[in-house]
Design a binder for this molecule. Structure first.
Ligand code: SF4
Length: 313
């Protein structure tokens, strides 16, 4: 094939790739914007006049959180401010120019708080042990203080749907508790409201988004900590389920906002002692013998046998 024809073919292919990327980028952004907007609305995360402090670590999740909030704010019906905050924990090799350069380029007001929590963690945690728990506690304390100093009314963190499901399983398997990671909560010092606007977003979407938006990611293993093996185990489990049983993780996630305290065993949540037959049928109540929660296909969680015996007229 003559050179000029080859060149034209290559240019056309490059154009097509560019168009496809733009289309994918747009489609993905629309989905993320919808999910973030929905989570914000469902949990009243951001209100008129809020000053939202977005915690930016340099990882894909926090970059995506900041980027989506900035883009959503442009068309939001309310006014709120955003300030990005990074805690430079003085980990060896931390490239401290990357975030200031990025934030300046995006025109985002920011604050870099420098505090050497790395040395504290190294001093206090025995060699070979996971340092994340103490490190996160220290980081949390610093960020809460900074939020007060900056006059922030909300602290936004980049945890996503998979983090939430992983936490549920960690607590279930290792903590003996039915407890997750809420989309909105009061900080342990009682002075701040923490929000997780990415609560409905899948991690895989954030990975793709980070790639499409070319965020200058800072690797998260600079501290040299041992990985948290239990969390890694939960992550692998969930990824595997996602692949083998499409819909299973979504079902588990949806279950977190569809809790039936009368069908669990927590006496603080439901007054079993005071339960008396009311004499009134309750179609939303028990059906004496519950339908098989697995259903016919064993995965969807939708009861599969419409003929299940019901004792309610
Ligand atoms: S990976 Fe390192 S920086 Fe991150 S929480 Fe763990 S100890 Fe802290």
């Amino acid at each position: 094939m003559p050179d000029d024809i080859q060149r034209a073919v290559a240019e056309r292919a490059a154009d097509r790739r560019e168009q496809r990327d733009a289309y994918e980028n747009n489609k993905l952004f629309k989905r993320l914007a919808r999910q973030v907007g929905q989570a914000i609305a469902d949990y009243t995360m951001i209100e008129e006049g809020d000053r939202v402090m977005v915690c930016l670590s340099g990882g894909k999740d926090s970059y995506a959180l900041l980027d989506i909030l900035l883009r959503l704010r442009e068309r939001a019906p309310i006014h709120f401010d955003i300030v990005a905050v990074n805690l430079d924990q003085k980990q060896p090799g931390f490239p401290d120019h990357i975030l200031p350069e990025y934030l300046t380029r995006r025109g985002v007001p920011y604050h870099i708080e420098t505090q050497d929590t790395y040395s504290i963690v190294k001093r206090l945690v025995p060699e070979g042990k996971t340092t994340c728990s103490l490190c996160s506690r220290l980081r949390r304390g610093v960020l809460y203080r900074v939020a007060g100093e900056l006059g922030a009314t909300k602290i936004a963190l980049g945890h996503h749907r998979d983090d939430i499901v992983q936490t549920v399983f960690l607590n279930l398997f290792y903590g003996g508790k039915l407890k997750g990671m809420p989309p909105k909560l009061q900080s342990d010092d009682g002075r701040n409201i923490v929000i997780r606007p990415l609560a409905y977003v899948k991690e895989a979407d954030l990975e793709n988004y980070a790639e499409l938006r070319e965020f200058p990611i800072i690797p998260c293993n600079l501290c040299g900590s041992q990985p948290n093996l239990k969390r890694a185990e939960m992550k692998a489990l969930i990824r595997d389920w996602e692949k083998r049983f499409p819909g299973r993780v979504d079902n588990m996630f949806n279950a977190l906002s569809s809790v039936v305290p009368s069908h669990l065993m927590d006496r603080e949540l439901f007054d079993f002692a005071g339960l008396k037959a009311s004499g009134r049928a309750d179609p939303a109540g028990d059906i004496a013998f519950d339908e098989d929660p697995c259903g016919a296909d064993g995965e969807t969680g939708v009861a599969g046998d419409p003929q299940a015996i019901r004792f309610i007229p």
